[in-house]
Design a protein around this ligand. Structure first.
Ligand code: ATP
Length: 217
């Protein structure tokens, strides 16, 4: 459903993505990992159309919604209003459907988003993206700054969304063990290039990946 071919993205003279190819089938969950500055956010932003390609192509057969890095709430607005903003252009998925998927948000509906915990805000950010009824959910840094228990709960919601609704997920994640655990397939980016890609279980066994991400010898 998503095909990225030989994608090059530049910021001025700097090359952020240097010929990246990646595909996602409908309903697949794929993780994108790599060190800071590898180009992971740039790749999501190129998929969402937020940054232009210098060359190469991105084609997507369905609708994409992005959960941006740092959540990007409107802090003085209520949770409900933040959610409704995510659906401003598409009205066929109503709020109640998103609240069914993320029932913890029901009691928080009238709370100001800025007063929520990081985990609750991440849930609102996911809910806001789901309001667009996406076929592909692109998530930038699910676990950033969140406690492990909170991350586990969010991961469970994503698993359910994928399994029950068939929503494809492209997950940018610093926490490589979480990425491997959640996504059957992983792509490793370094300095704007794909340096490894394949089944997460195989990558987890790879010596180079273990050395880079788990500190193993
Ligand atoms: P992080 O995990 O730190 O968010 P990342 O893998 O998501 O890193 P990107 O944010 O995509 O990496 O950045 C890729 C490269 O592009 C980096 O060298 C970064 O400094 C540069 N870059 C990102 N955004 C811009 C921008 N708006 N203008 C100029 N350079 C940028």
């Amino acid at each position: 459903m998503l095909r990225i071919d030989d994608l090059v993205v530049r910021y001025g003279a700097a090359v952020a993505l240097d010929g990246v190819s990646l595909h996602l089938d409908a309903g697949e969950m794929v993780a994108l990992v790599g060190p800071n500055g590898a180009g992971k956010s740039t790749l999501l932003n190129a998929v969402s159309g937020l940054v232009p390609a210098a060359s190469g192509s991105v084609t997507c057969e369905g609708r994409i919604a992005q959960v941006p890095e740092g959540r990007q709430m409107f802090p003085d607005m209520t949770v409900e209003d933040n959610l409704v903003l995510g659906g401003w252009s598409i009205r066929n998925r109503d709020l109640s459907e998103v609240l069914d998927l993320l029932p913890d948000l029901v009691r928080l509906r009238k709370a100001k988003a800025g007063r929520l915990s990081g985990g609750q805000q991440q849930m609102v950010a996911i809910g806001r993206a789901l309001m667009a009824k996406p076929d592909l959910l692109a998530i930038d840094e699910l676990s950033l700054g969140l406690a492990p228990l909170v991350v586990a709960e969010l991961a469970e919601h994503l698993r359910f969304l994928n399994r029950d609704r068939g929503t494809a997920i492209l997950l940018v994640e610093q926490e490589v063990s979480l990425a491997f655990d959640l996504c059957p397939r992983t792509c490793v980016l370094e300095a704007g290039r794909v340096v490894a890609a394949g089944p997460s279980a195989e990558l987890a066994e790879s010596e180079a990946v273990r050395r880079a991400y788990f500190g193993d010898l």
